[in-house]
Design a protein around this ligand. Structure first.
Ligand code: K7E
Ligand code: CUA
Length: 664
């Protein structure tokens, strides 16, 4: 009954969305003013004023752009192998991608979050989520490298992540897919979703000084989909807010079946209270399996550890840690303003934006202004939590950031625009088109206590006619708007890597002085380091051959190696002896079925290579490092399996013992 009456409505809405999606905003051609170029111009040799850390979506990586120029500064490999840098191919970095499912070379990175101290971006780390095989990564902003990856048990599709509390006490992650918990038999009919599927949110503690992550606790919640989240701040520090959808608990055709109710929820979590319960021993230790991988910048080596237990708090039992607040359909962004008072839910299928008040939520809880419960969790009355609604702001609100001057900026996917509105009176003050179908947006510091409201960047899903055609696929694109005046002004388009979802930006000064220039060779603790050419050697250990190799402009040492036999596993441990900024060397050898190594000054990296046939195998430096880069090369000789040719190696002179047995 209910179904038949709702079906047409849902389809009508979806059909309208589909039509609107293909609409092109008016004035598409004339939106850029003539002074825009000068606003985005950064003269050659000059630095940009901001770093922009953009998620790479299905590329699994994070990319770093300078703003306002839109220059691509770096692609940081996080969850996907990167043959350009040897990430996931070198023996040292492989353990970073280990999981309870084994080595996973790819993921879908949606969201980035910079670490904060007192609610301000501190420039130490940036966190990222893996959406497919649930993980959270920490990237060090001294080296711009992934330092740590932790897997999330009891989760599937780690989407609502990795959002942090105002002193980076926790990185928080909510599961997208609810699934049966890890410690029960998950072999259940899919249509028993309501009984058997649970939603978990994870609180990952972060070491104050070293950033080391650990799962402090998880909260077991009803089986719904968690989408995005943000921490409370200031007055609401101690709380966390999550957007939830599929509160229908549908397990098939969600586009229809998860659009039945007119509201989903924002879930408010009192994590300070959860901490108290944890201290009081209310957590249950639960058996599971998850990987925790750490990279050492001293040994230049990653270690992967499999953990077997996690502590779980039950939201149903511990009545006062989780509360649901009704929120118009399918909320995506769940964003907290810089004061911590206002929580904005962006319902993708809603035609208004609800703004909730933290004070009112607290009062509603104290007054028990509940409309009932949902699977044992109290549901606060919508009106009791509501500050107000932004009426007719646009179609398909998705994500909101703030300028710290009382304004909010919301993206509208369906109507392809960014809309600026006032948080107090909820009036729209400005709107600009995006090209096209904007997903997320970013104001530097726009989710912190101290936004830096110079720009807003829109990350678009569809590029269509904005760039020269490049076959069926076009690079996705970001657009930069100047928001320093009353009117938002489009000043630049720039292409992005993969699919940009969430992003962060910060003034360059917060980060640039932390950036390290090279690794000190004296501190290199890699077990296979050669700290000078005098320490180079080639050692046979059964069918394994370890080559302790160095490189410096412009030669490898050794560069002639003989005595390797078919069937040997050769490990090239290559140490870059340079002690200067921006002088990596590369290493590649013919027939390698993995990738190159790209070795930073002072670092050791290892490439595994299997000798499959007899012959001469050249190797060379892949990174143009000097005028004699092309001379930076060497040869490896492979003899048949039974050969008695001993291991020998040299640089700059011929291998001492002339080889009579195998010479032709
Ligand atoms: Cu991961 Cu907004 Cu779903 Cu993309 S998020 S847009
Ligand atoms: Cu070293 Cu090119």
């Amino acid at each position: 009954m209910r179904k038949s009456s709702l079906f047409p409505t849902v389809f009508a809405v979806l059909a309208t969305l589909a039509i609107l999606q293909s609409c092109k905003p008016k004035n598409a051609g004339s939106a850029v003013n003539s002074d825009a170029a000068s606003k985005a111009y950064v003269a050659p040799g000059k630095y940009d004023a901001f770093y922009n850390f953009v998620s790479g979506g299905f590329s699994g990586q994070m990319s770093v752009y300078g703003l306002p120029s839109g220059r691509l500064l770096r692609v940081i490999p996080v969850f996907s192998v990167d043959p350009e840098k040897g990430y996931g191919y070198s023996e040292e970095s492989k353990p970073m991608l280990n999981t309870s499912h084994g080595f996973v070379p790819w993921d879908d990175l949606h969201h980035t979050e910079l670490s904060q101290t007192n609610g301000e971006i501190d420039g130490r780390w940036i966190f990222a989520n893996a959406n497919n095989t649930p993980r959270v990564a920490r990237v060090d902003l001294g080296s711009f490298r992934t330092s740590e990856i932790i897997e999330l048990p009891n989760s599937a599709g780690n989407h609502s992540s990795p959002f942090i509390t105002e002193n980076t006490e926790y990185v928080v992650a909510g599961t997208r897919f609810s699934v049966p918990p890890d410690d029960v038999n998950g072999d259940v009919p899919i249509n028993t979703y309501k009984q058997n599927f649970k939603g978990y949110i994870s609180f990952i503690s972060v070491g104050k000084d070293d950033g080391k992550m650990d799962i402090a606790f998880q909260i077991q919640c009803p089986g719904v989909n968690f989408d995005l989240s943000h921490a409370g701040k200031g007055k609401s520090h101690g709380w966390f807010f999550f957007s939830c959808y599929n509160t229908e608990q549908a397990n098939t055709l969600l586009e229809v079946n998860a659009s039945q109710r007119d509201k989903d929820f924002i879930m408010a979590v009192n994590w300070k209270k959860a901490e108290e319960y944890l201290k009081a021993g209310k957590g249950k230790k639960v058996a599971t399996k998850y990987a925790h991988n750490t990279y050492s910048e001293k040994s230049h080596t990653a270690v992967s550890e499999i953990k077997t237990e996690v502590t779980v708090l039950d939201a149903k039992e511990l009545k006062d840690i989780c509360y649901f607040i009704p929120c118009p359909k399918s909320p995506h962004g769940c964003d907290v303003d810089p004061t911590g008072e206002y929580i904005v839910g962006s319902g993708k299928l809603a035609a208004l934006i609800p703004v909730f008040s933290f004070d009112k939520i607290q009062k509603a809880i104290a007054d028990k202004a509940f409309e009932g419960d949902y699977d044992g969790i109290p549901v606060i009355k919508y009106d009791a939590a509501l500050h107000g609604e932004v009426k007719k702001p646009g179609l398909g609100p998705l994500h909101t950031e703030f300028d710290g001057k009382g304004n909010a900026y919301t993206t509208f996917f369906v109507s392809s625009e960014v809309v600026k509105w006032n948080i107090q009176d909820l009036k729209v003050v400005d709107r600009v088109p995006t090209y096209y179908s904007v997903g997320h947006l970013c104001v530097p510091g726009g989710d912190s206590k101290k936004p830096n409201p110079k720009y807003v960047i829109a990350y678009n899903k569809i590029t269509k006619d904005r760039y020269l055609p490049t076959g069926p696929e076009l690079a996705q694109s970001a657009q930069l708007y100047d928001i320093s005046g009353d009117k938002m002004q489009l000043i630049l388009d720039f292409p992005t890597i993969g699919e940009p979802h969430y992003a962060q930006a910060v003034a360059a000064d917060v980060i640039k002085s932390r950036s390290i220039k090279f690794y000190k060779i004296d501190e290199n603790a890699n077990p296979y380091v050669a700290k000078g050419e005098g320490e180079t050697k080639v050692v046979r250990d059964g069918n394994k051959v370890h080559v302790y190799m160095t490189c410096i402009r412009s030669h490898f040492s050794p560069d002639n190696i003989e005595g390797v036999r078919v069937g040997d596993e050769v490990y090239f441990h290559v140490t870059n002896l340079e002690q200067d900024w921006d002088v990596p060397h590369g290493f590649a050898i013919k027939g390698a079925n993995n990738a190159e190594l790209l070795i930073m000054p002072g670092e050791t990296q290892t490439l595994k290579w299997v000798a499959e046939k007899a012959g001469i195998f050249p190797f060379y430096c892949t990174d143009f490092c000097s005028a004699l880069h092309q001379e930076m090369q060497g040869y490896l000789r492979v003899s048949p399996a039974g050969s008695s040719l001993p291991i020998s190696f040299s640089t700059g002179k011929n291998i001492p013992k002339p080889d009579s047995t195998n010479a032709k």
